[in-house]
Every structure is written in C-alpha cells, then in structure tokens.
Design a protein around this ligand. Sequence first.
Ligand code: PLP
Length: 558
Amino acid sequence: MPDDDYSKNSVQTFFPSENGNKEERQRFLQLIEQLVAGVDRLKNPEGVNLLGEKQRSDTFYKDLIQTSTIPDDSMKQEEVNERLLNLLHNHPYHSKYFLTNILPMASVPGILGMIAAFLVNGNNLWDVYGPAGAEAEVRVISMMSKLVGYDAAQSGGYTTWGGQGAIFTGLRLAIAKFAPDAPRKGVPGHFYTFCSESAHYSLFKSMEATGLGSDRLIKVRTTPDSAMDVEDLRRKMEQVIANGGVPIYIVATTGTTDAMGIDDVEQILYTASEIAAKHGLQRPHIHADSALGGFFAFFREYDFTANPLEFKPHVLDALQRIQGKMKHLSLADSLCFDFQKLGQTPYLTSLFLVKHADDLRLIDLAEEETPYVGHRGYGEYHTGYTLECSRMASSISIYSALLAFGVKGYQCLLAQFVEVNLAFREALRRDVPQAVIVNDDNPGIVTLFRIYPDGQNGFQAELSGACSLADIERTNRFNEQLFEVLGNQRDRIFFGDTKKHLVVQTREGSSSTLYASKIFVISPYTEVAHVQEIVQYLKQNIDKVFQLHADNLHTIGR
Ligand SMILES: *Cc1c(COP(=O)(O)O)cnc(C)c1O
C-alpha cells in the first residue's frame, strides 16, 4: 500500500499484481487472513451476535453523518481492515441460535465463487467483457433447468436482483406477450395480475414500477395451509373479465416466505387455461415464485422408497409431502431460484429461469439501441433484455456451490433443516401447549406459532370465521407482547415474527391477519440436540407474557 513517499507507481499497490508475483500474492493473502482471523476472534457460539461493542444510541446515524469524511491521506490497508472488522462488531451471525428468517449463512463454496469472480471482475453485461460469468451462467441455467424438469435446450434465464427481480421480469414478459407494442407504446390500463394473500410483496412493487398500478393486482384468498385457493382465483378472474379487464399474469408462490405454503401450479395452470379459452383470451403468463421453496426440487428424483441417504421415516415423510406439492414446478412459464436463500451463496445470487428462452426476445432491445455490446460476441449471449446494464458474475458463486454441494449435499442440508424443524414442533407440542402451531399443514423449515390470552386454542375458531375482529386483535396484541419480550433478548436467541400469517374472515364479515412468532431453521449449526434448550427458553418467555397478562387483569380487576 502507498507509503508516505508517493513513489511513481504507488497507486499500483492498491491492485492485485499484474504478473502474479509471489510477494504481492502473499501480501494480499495476509490481508485476507487478517479479516478472516479477525472475524474468528469475534465469534461466540453461545449467543447470536459477534462479540464487540456497538453503542447504537438514538443519535447513532446522525452522529455517523456528522463525523464521516473521506480521509485526506491514504490509510494503510491493515488499518482499514481494523475499521472493517469494527463494522462487524456485534453483527448477527449464524450460530445455532439464529432462527429468525430466510437469512442464510454464506457457505465457503459460495464465498470462494465470489472471490473467483472478483479476481477478474468481469461484467456480465456482455460475454466478451465477462466470459467466465457468461460460461458459468449458461451452465447453471442448464443445471437448474434439468433439476426442475425444464428442457434445457429450450429454457433460458439469467442471474438478477433477487426473487423480486424475477417476479418483475415475469411481469414484463406477461405484458409483452399480451401487448407486443407495450415496450414502445406503454402498458394498457386494463391488464390485471393475480397472486395469493400469502404471496411476497414483490408483485405489489412490480405493479407500481411497471405503471400498471397496484390496484390492478388482485389478491386471491388462501386455504388454511397458506396455499392459493384456486376456486377463488377462478371467481376473481371471471370478475375481472366480466368488467372488461384482461388477466395477464399469475404468480404461484411455491414456498411462501413465512408459512411455506405451496400453491398448486398444476391447478392454477389448468384453471387459467380453462378460463382464458372460455373467453377467447390468451392464457396468462404463470410465474412460480420458487425463490424460497424451489430448492426442494433437489428431491425431484430422490428415491423415496430406497431412501439412499437414510433419512429418518418422519423426515422422509415430510420431504415427500413437500415434493408432492412441488412436483409441477416445471409447468410454470418462469420461475426463480434465490441462491442467496437456500442455495447457500452470498447476496446477490438470484437466478431467473424461463421455460422458453424465446420469450426473452419479447423484451429485448434492438441492436442499435445497445451500441456498446453484442457485436462480435461469442454466440447467442446478449443481455439486452435484463433490466440491469452492468451485472455481477454471481453465476460463478452459484456454480461453485452447485459443484461443491452436489445434489446430495443439498439434500442432506435441506433434510437437516426439516428434521430440526420437526423436532421443534414436537418439543413445542409436548412442553409448551400454550403455543399453537399455525402452519402445521406445511412441513418444511419454518414453524409459526401463536399464543392465546385465555389459554385456549382459538386457532380453529379464527380459521372458521367465528371470531370477532376485536378478539383477533386482542390475541394479536398478546402475541406482539411475546415479539417484544423475545426481541429484547434477540442477541441471546434470535426468533422471527410475522404480522401477516393468514388473512382470516371475522364474524362481522371483515378480514384480519394473524400475528405469529416464527422459528426459522436456517443455520447449519442448529441441531436436534439444541432443540430442548431453545424450547425451554421459549417456554420461560411465554410464561412471562402470560404472567404479565395475569398481573394486568388483576390490577384492572382491583
Ligand atoms: C424472498 C422472497 C422474494 C424476494 O426475493 P429477494 O431475493 O429478496 O428479492 C420473493 N418471493 C418469495 C417467496 C421470497 O421468499
């Protein structure tokens, strides 16, 4: 790094070597060692956060704004590294007590793939600028296409900005299919889209961003297992058409972010086709939002009878049930694998797949509109259809993870998550009867539970529409107290919560959402052996909330 005397080429020391000399390599590796060792020193498997001090006062961000300026002189990288490590102090880390949400640890293969990409810093805008990324991208698209049952010779896709980016591009495709002029003339106002009440808010955002407006997004009811109620889809599509609208896009969520509800892609396709045909319309584009759940496609070809990986019977059964609901994924026109979720790679590594690569031409730019790229490329690789211009070669990280884990590696990891989750459910049922599991129909990696202030299990009544809005809200507030109690100690064990598990009808005919606490098995370090301790901790805290409640009633009573 630059010394105090600015010799002629000191700026070169900011960069990896040109010629691969050993001295510069060792210096680079030492700097990386400093970071890795620094994080290791902060690790604390008995809590959630890394060690280190962080005082986040009310004026924390304001103070940062006031005190931050670019240093006038260069800083030694060792010192910069210390500052970087300081950023990581007290950072949440994926210890066994990290149970909050779909926020995975980045695996070693995933991180190394990123490093490989950074060492050449190719730009996936064009294969000539980023040949390594392009090669990896074509490979992983083929691998994942075959995994879900797409014909890899017909399918296509690219790495993009998240599951949300995939939903957004699915919508762009849908618009272009129904209005080929739309890319030039704008989007017609009578287009409607559909997703379930449990779907991710990505489509809501995409409606805003494409100019269709979120009022034209129709939310379809869910069944108690958080899957789309296909009969309600039928009704709502008919309604839209009767009012002069055209249904163009349906997002089938195959693995909801909270409850892991799985929409039935086959039924949705069947219903959409039938209604479209009846009205002489084109069938809507169907995007399977498999950002989270799609990874269970790793079990598509698992031999559940021979069970070669020797999963325990209850785990095997759960995996088979999930696989049963997932098996029609390949009927969707497009889908997504968020590798940054269950693919175990760092952000951002999302893969958008289309069943027919030709669809992408609908949203491509003409050659004269992309003057920088596309000429003298190596083949069919051009990316005028991506919303991004420059793109990172995140495909290299995906490639690395797919090779390192292999099908069996992913199967074992997912099965471990499922097994630990089943153990949580069993322990909750046994030791904490006040906690009602509200996504019991969905085996998977998440447990949602809800507590009831009068100690009774009110869940069935809520589902059946027999509860008043006031009752549901009272129970929601009670659960919110548990969120508070657990949230205050989240550096000890980090649970998740949701204020939107299932929309239910109230006795008065209105609707309301149910709040629930969440155990999300996402750390590879959470094992069945840890479940007992974690559930006892939960039990104590749930008892605390009941005690507070009783004290309050007592006070009011007096
Ligand atoms: C996480 C998630 C998304 C959004 O994905 P990002 O990668 O965060 O953009 C969309 N849909 C589902 C079902 C998800 O779980």
